[in-house]
Write a protein that binds this ligand. Structure first.
Ligand code: G
Ligand code: MN
Length: 391
């Protein structure tokens, strides 16, 4: 196995040293670039496993580097750092995402090494562990698991259902989240068998809940890549028949980014899913670059407000305004709104007051394996299937 390589780009040599030392402690070999030219040179020599990039590099800037990395279709995760205000950092971060890059996080300067260290460690573990071989083996040996996170009505406090979230639990390795392996699965053509597995698994769980007379809706995430496959609705229907599922109890979540490539094929697929009785939810709303036209044109019944805004709903006035506007927009278009990322009773109450329809977040319940979900229900849901607030 090749040694993982960290590339630090910063015009301040002292910061390069600091991060370089940390990288070496975490088991990376480290390269440091003081300017764009050095970066280009080092990048050409060998592809780094992880890049830490400063946004201002003397007269030059990190955006030029992001553009370059996009052009060469770099897959390595990128950590952005900057002394500029949060807004500049998060905009640059989103720009990186728009460029198709694997943006990991953005951090403020001066750097808090304690924040970076776990990221370096986790990434090193993943980079040496995740590859097409291990991913193929994982699928064959059933190392994937679905976790379920409850969805609660803010109006009635009823348990509405659960979002199914994919997790990879290798035998001798910590749990891996989808962001770390789904891009690779897409690249090597594994995303179809993987999604098929997810759907079957979610459908059989739904069947278990129906047998217990629980009125639950299951939410399943669809990779935007799948919205290129015209036969997708037919394949899904085969599975729903096999598991004797009521299609009305299934909601597919897609992110805004799907609209960017083949919009006609996506429209075809999404419309047919609706005709077959499935619901559709627009995931991570507010973070992408979708236009209102997409909302207007496509048959979504629901919109999920990205947790980025919801997490700050108690203190950040701009986030409050954005969430307000999204709720209004959705209701004006006859859509339901779900807030993702509710971490406290206060946030729950606030969103209820703001007229949001339903809620998902750590305050009610974290994503958990099916057996834990059953236990969670016993402790957190009353006889009317209503969520009991924590004391
Ligand atoms: O991309 P999507 O929105 O489908 O992903 C949902 C992810 O959000 C899950 O992986 C879950 O762990 C995370 N999540 C859910 N609720 C919360 C929350 O209250 N706080 C935070 N920080 N993350 C959450
Ligand atoms: Mn989702």
């Amino acid at each position: 196995m090749e040694e993982p390589k960290l590339l630090v780009v910063d015009d301040d040599a002292a910061i390069g040293e600091l991060l370089g030392d940390l990288g070496e402690t975490c088991g990376y070999s480290v390269d440091k670039a003081l300017n764009v030219k050095e970066f280009n040179q080092l990048y050409k020599e060998s592809t780094p496993t992880l890049i830490i990039l400063d946004l201002s590099i003397g007269e030059e800037d990190g955006i030029e580097i992001l553009r370059f990395l996009s052009k060469v279709q770099c897959k390595s995760p990128i950590i952005l750092m900057s002394g500029h205000e949060e807004k500049v950092r998060s905009t640059a971060f989103r720009l990186g995402e728009e460029y198709g890059l694997n943006m990991l996080t953005h951090v403020e300067k001066p750097i808090d090494l304690q924040k970076i260290k776990p990221l370096l460690e986790q990434n090193k573990r993943n980079s040496t562990f995740i590859n097409s071989e291990s991913l193929k083996r994982a699928l064959k040996e059933f190392e994937f698991e679905l976790y379920y996170q409850p969805l609660i009505s803010l109006k009635s406090r009823e348990l509405l259902g659960a979002e199914a979230l994919l997790r990879w639990q290798p035998k001798n390795h910590p749990l891996i989240l989808p962001d770390a392996f789904v891009p690779l699965a897409e690249e090597i053509g594994l995303v179809i068998p993987l999604t098929e597995w997810v759907i079957e698994q979610a459908f059989s769980q739904l069947a278990v809940w129906s047998k217990k007379n629980l009125a639950m809706k299951i939410h399943i995430n669809l990779s935007p890549k799948l919205l290129n496959i015209l036969t997708l609705p037919d394949q899904i229907t085969v599975l729903s028949k096999k598991h004797e599922i009521d299609n009305n109890s299934v909601c597919f979540e897609v992110t805004e980014s799907f609209a960017m490539n083949k919009p006609r094929t996506a429209t075809d697929i999404l419309t047919r899913l609706r005709l077959k009785g499935f619901s559709l939810s627009l995931d991570d709303f507010g973070t992408g670059y979708s236009s209102l036209v997409e909302l207007y044109r496509l048959p979504f019944r629901q919109l999920k407000i990205d947790k980025m805004f919801v997490l700050k709903i108690l203190e950040d006035q701009e986030c409050i305004n954005i969430v307000h506007s999204i709720i209004q927009l959705a209701h004006n278009l006859n859509m339901e709104v779900v807030a993702e990322g509710i971490e406290s009773r206060e946030a729950f109450d606030k969103l209820e007051k703001m007229g949001c329809d339903s809620a998902q977040g750590f305050y009610m319940g974290r994503p958990m394996p099916a057996s834990d979900f059953d236990r969670w229900m016993v402790q957190n849901i009353d006889k009317q299937q209503k969520f009991i607030h924590k004391k």
